[in-house]
Design a protein around this ligand. Structure first.
Ligand code: NAD
Length: 579
């Protein structure tokens, strides 16, 4: 870069830049990262970047033995590294070999986190190139174990911890984070980590893992991602007594104090990062999740993966499955076991999609969708005692106490399990579905595998190979009547990285349900005839970068169509705010 003035001071190289335009219209930076932000375009800037020994300690720029001869000269690395130059490909091969030596997934997790703290680029290359193998380590199920043990394995903070101690000072805490240009925040309060319950402050593994996937699967710059854990205490007695627990040692704050604290956080986020930063709520308990989403959905760019991401990925599977089942979505009848965040979120998106397609009011289209919770079928006579988010599903029907009777009474064409309770799609339930439908669609979404409502093998076997099946946890392929069936996995990772990238790329300031529908359709469109022939209703996960790009493009296009993007035409903004 000819416009770079370089001067060595201690462990730092001071770079004086006069911005040089790139073909993309931004400013090229020293290490070839993405274009600089708008504020850098207007002011010639001075920055300090690590060089020499400090460069080898900076995970964002360290390349280890991959530094080339000219880079070793330019960055004062001579003598600090052995003479050999190792390509990134060879580094990757060596690391994968060493990761495969570990028997325990948690040790693989630790090795990967250490790599992320040492050499970020190599970490992402590993993750991208070996996504099928490493996804279960960086994310569910191993990340769950990591959160349980987070206190013992904690080495360096990987995100921001905002505890009640910081009440009144959250804006200052945000300013402590070293990066200024944040595009995506994933935040948890640790109350419902995966299926593991309240892990308090140790839930940090979740935002860290999700944001790693934002980069690896979606293409968002790592430096634009900020993991945050809100610590309002924990009701987990085991953790409160654990010497190694890293959070506040107090019971969870609830009620007004909790909501005021969240309010301070959300206000500070907007103040510090502006309107276009995406805040993804993750693993909040359902008594807060719905309320937070409804409250901040009108004032911030927020997304709840447990509710909306799940809904979008499942709707994609449903849309794709129509090719095998026949008919339109409106021709089907849906029965859910489980009426929590996942179940009601999916149900609402199905109702919206049918409403969009048929122009029938959503109050009408909801009537095709039935939910069973732990007390039986949700019907109008239960309305008085139902939580608010279940009430729209309380249709006119006599009470039904169990799933099998509900299947017999409602005669669904699609059965969806979101109860978190394993083995609930019994032989009789599946046989009844198969007796009523030529091709029953069975989605056993509960995680982990042990909690799946049925296995892939059971669904195929008990339906004489006629079921179309997908699950939340992965299952191996099953041969039934001489045909190989590949079960789909309704993994949220199909949607959220591309969806989030589409939001930030478009510069939109609000999430609209139509964007979720656009994401579902984009994902469903990636399923080819070849996949259908094997019973698949999701495309192979190995194509995830391409899939995410398609989703991002569809979501951004929808955002522009809806007019919710600050740029280029704020006058058409339908979100009622001055951008
Ligand atoms: P949640 O706690 O919000 O909801 C659980 C629901 O199941 C509640 O309505 C509860 O009343 C009901 N329930 C509990 N026991 C029951 C029983 N014996 N019979 C009938 N209903 C019962 O949980 P959630 O966030 O909705 O998650 C539910 C499950 O869905 C979890 O196992 C989770 O792993 C899974 N999930 C899967 C995906 C995916 O596949 N992509 C995404 C999100 C959640």
């Amino acid at each position: 870069m000819e416009s770079l003035l370089k001067e060595k001071r201690g462990g730092e190289t001071v770079l004086q830049m006069s911005p040089r335009a790139t073909p993309g219209g931004g400013v090229e930076d020293v290490y070839g990262e993405d274009c600089a932000t708008e504020d850098q375009l207007v002011t010639p800037w001075t920055t300090s970047v690590a060089s020499g020994y400090n460069l080898l300690r900076d995970p964002r720029y360290n390349k280890g033995l991959a530094f080339k001869e000219n880079e070793r000269d330019a960055h004062y690395l001579r003598g600090l590294l052995p003479p050999v130059i190792v390509s990134q490909e060879l580094q990757e091969k060596k690391l994968m070999h060493s990761i495969r030596q570990y028997d325990q997934p948690i040790h693989k997790y630790q090795a990967l986190m250490e790599l992320e703290e040492r050499n970020e680029r190599l970490f992402y290359k590993l993750l991208i190139d070996n996504v099928d193998e490493l996804l279960p380590i960086v994310y569910t199920p191993t990340v769950g174990e990591a959160c349980q043990k987070y206190g013992s394995i904690f080495k360096r903070p990987q995100g921001l911890y905002i505890s009640l101690k910081e009440k009144g000072k959250i804006l200052e805490v945000l300013k402590n984070w070293p990066e200024r240009s944040i595009q995506v925040i994933v935040v948890t309060d640790g109350e419902r980590i995966l299926g593991l319950g309240d892990l308090g402050c140790q839930g940090m593994g979740i935002p860290v893992g999700k944001l790693a996937l934002y980069t690896a699967l979606g293409g968002v710059r790592p430096s634009a991602c900020l993991p945050i854990t809100i610590d309002v205490g924990t009701n987990n007695e085991k953790l409160l007594k654990d010497d190694y627990y890293i959070g506040l040692r107090q019971k969870r704050t609830t009620g007004q104090e909790y909501y005021d604290f969240l309010d301070e956080f959300m206000t500070a986020v907007k103040q510090n990062y502006g309107e276009k930063v995406l805040v993804q709520f993750e693993d909040f308990a359902n008594h807060n999740a719905f309320e937070l989403l409804a409250k901040y959905g009108t004032t911030h760019l927020v997304f709840n993966d447990d509710i909306q991401g799940t809904a979008s990925v499942v709707l994609a599977g449903l849309l794709a499955s129509l090719k095998l089942l026949g008919g339109t979505l409106a021709d089907h009848t849906f029965l859910f076991l489980g009426a929590g965040e996942a179940g009601t979120g999916i149900a609402e998106l199905i109702a919206l999609e049918i409403s969009n397609k048929t122009k029938a009011p959503v109050e009408e289209t909801r009537k095709k969708i039935w939910l069973v919770d732990s007390k039986g079928l949700i019907v109008s006579s239960r309305k008085g005692s139902l939580q608010a988010f279940k009430k729209p599903w309380a249709h006119e029907h006599e009470p039904v106490n169990n799933l099998l009777d509900a299947v017999k009474a409602i005669k669904p064409t699609v059965l969806i399990g979101t109860s978190g309770v394993g083995r609930t799609f019994t032989k009789e339930v599946i046989e009844t579905m198969a007796a009523n439908n030529k091709r029953p669609l069975i989605l056993a979404l509960s995680n982990p595998t042990s909690q799946s409502e049925c296995t892939a093998e059971e669904a195929y076997k008990w339906s004489e190979g006629r079921a179309v099946f997908a699950s939340g946890s992965p299952f191996p392929s099953v041969e039934c009547n001489g045909k190989l069936n590949i079960p789909g996995q309704a993994n949220n990772c199909y949607i959220f990285p591309g969806f989030g990238f589409g939001l930030v790329m478009s510069g939109t300031i609000r999430v609209h349900d139509d964007m979720l529908l656009a994401a579902s359709e984009a994902l469903a469109n990636q399923v080819t005839d070849e996949h259908y022939a094997q019973g698949m209703i999701y495309p192979p996960f190995t194509d995830i970068r391409k899939i995410s790009a398609h989703i991002a493009a569809s979501v951004a296009a929808k955002a522009y169509e809806l007019g919710g993007c600050c740029d280029p035409s704020p006058s058409t903004c339908r979100f009622g705010e001055v951008c």
